[in-house]
Design a binder for this molecule. Sequence first.
Ligand SMILES: *[C@@H]1O[C@H](CO)[C@@H](O)[C@H](O)[C@H]1NC(C)=O
Ligand SMILES: *[C@@H]1O[C@H](CO)[C@@H](O)[C@H](O)[C@H]1NC(C)=O
Length: 662
Amino acid sequence: MTHAFMDTLRVSVLLCLFVNIAEGNSQSFVYCSQDIASRYFAPSHTVVISHRSRTTTNRHDENRCQVPSLKPNVVKNSNLSCLQQDIWRALFESMHKPEKWTFLLLQSQTENSELQSTTIKHDSYMLLVTEAKLAVEDIKVQMVRLKKNPDWNPRAKYVVMFMQSGMTANETIIKDILSELWHSKVVNAVVLSRQTSQNEINVYTWFPYHPRGRCGDVRDVILLDSWILDEEGRERFLHSAPLFPEKIPRDMQGCPFMVSTFEYEPYVIKRKESRKVEYQDGLDLRLISVLGQAMNMTMSLRPPPPDGGRWGFLLDNGTWVGVTAEMMRGYSDLALVGWFYRCHIINEIECSFPYITDEARWYVPCAQPYPRWMSITRVFKASLWLGFLAAYVIIVFVMWQVVKISNSISTVPIENQAYTSLAKCILNFWAIILEESASNNTPHVAEIRAVFLVWVMYCWAVNTVYQTYLTSFLIDPGLQHQMSSEEEILNSGIAYGIPTTMVSILPELSDRRYRRKLRCDDVEVCQHRLAMEGDLALFFTKYNNEYMAALKYMDGDGKPLVCQFDGSYYRQYVVIPVPKGNPMLNAYNNVIHLVHQAGLIEKWWKDLKYTATLSAAKDFNVPVGEYIKLTLQHLQSAFYFLFLGYSVSIISFLSEIFCRRK
Ligand SMILES: *[C@@H]1O[C@H](CO)[C@@H](O)[C@H](O)[C@H]1NC(C)=O
Ligand SMILES: *[C@@H]1O[C@H](CO)[C@@H](O)[C@H](O)[C@H]1NC(C)=O
């Protein structure tokens, strides 16, 4: 293997195809490529030089050069003739001289493992081809090799070169080569072809959307410029035409583009009454129509992915499913369905600018109000109730003792017997608690009256506070505890769902910490359970959940049935994914930019939510208002206590009757 021959020779992205260089103009070939490089290859970027070396079974092949004269020995194992090696060496020397680029030389046999991503994309490519009749095959093999490199850049400039003399590359071969490159989405490619008759090199390329009506099929190649020897003996381009012009027009003339999508509110909303897949509205549908108008493209929506993978996730066996897979396989040109940024994990896909920032967060059932029958006792904490009881017991005891002592020292026996026994004290003071008049003849003794007054004052204060609180609790019993952190969800024992697609974007969700998670592949079922049964927490995205809440899960007062707590788990950029190298990406980015600046996305979102709430509002039946009438339900607890009292009195009444009989 010859992989170590030139460490990293960096070149910018340009694909020159030099066709058929004969002995006479090998110099022209070198000058021409030098000229192209200096004009188009970005300085200090990487120039990739690719070549397919075939290992010949006969190592002493007649055609092979026996005296490799190149240092470093680039072509040791390749099947180049001595002449070709000379050209090669001259080319390298001339490219190296300006010391402007880093070179990376790839042979189609080089092991892939040694290539690590440098995060800087290659800027130009030079593909070397030896024979015209094997050219297309060679390019195919080289492209497979190049695409494995993580820094592969289909938007680079590509130049292809023919090393063999003799056979002329005709336009059909050039067209096939450009076609092969277009399979890999390479548009910025030129082919240099030497005219056999004159000492001249022609530069060919093609335009995917020109003339009108062409929609990306390579039908004819165009002669861009020629490298000639002028009258003064200088070699130069005849027209100095730009070799890498902009090839994507602003007006696509109605060319069809396939869009992968499926129903996903609020991005893509299906028409309800229709039985086949037909979409009605949505953030992404509006964006599609703006894209289509801005670029005059015909957008055809694909049916939902048949594998049911929706946005797509990685199967255990290493295949992707869903719209992600559709794009990786080239079935569609773009996807618009609230697709979260995944370009850091999929090398075959590129992402546009984000047009929405969505959030992934926890949604929990809303806290239930306290049952109203609890309002009477909930007013005070248990300790306060105990304190109150203790005060009662103490004051009863004190009164009893005071009356006793007062009787024993008093010379006049009092006629009033109201507080003379413990039981009488208990009952009288109980009456005061309940704001009933105590026995109306409190003894005319100052000490007894003082104790009595103390208790009355105390009860007055406590009662006022109690009644105030009781009134507010009766009207609004307040909410029970609301779950307010992830810790709590995981520890509380409530079921929680994390859809599989979320796990594919946030791999940390497959941690042991979340081992009890439900898969929730049908998110709607989980949302319904969350809102209606309230026994599930759901980890999902803001836009969808808020829209569904606005559309379906509102209570009679127009309050959502799904709650959330502060703090989103993760921000998610919603992007348009395209297959890597898709030449439209820049145009899409421009449209997104304008849509963003115009604030259209925000407006669309508000419109959609408003419409959803309106359509849900027809089912509301409780008039909303600040003032409410007290109903039986509000006074539930009072009635419970009333019935409790009735039962107690009936029991005591019956027992009285029984006791008398005995
Ligand atoms: C859009 O493309 C059609 C051809 O399909 C063309 O007739 C029309 O003029 C174009 N519209 C604009 C605004 O350029
Ligand atoms: C992976 O599994 C899916 C279905 O389980 C299958 O369709 C696909 O062909 C498999 N891929 C590979 C590479 O085995």
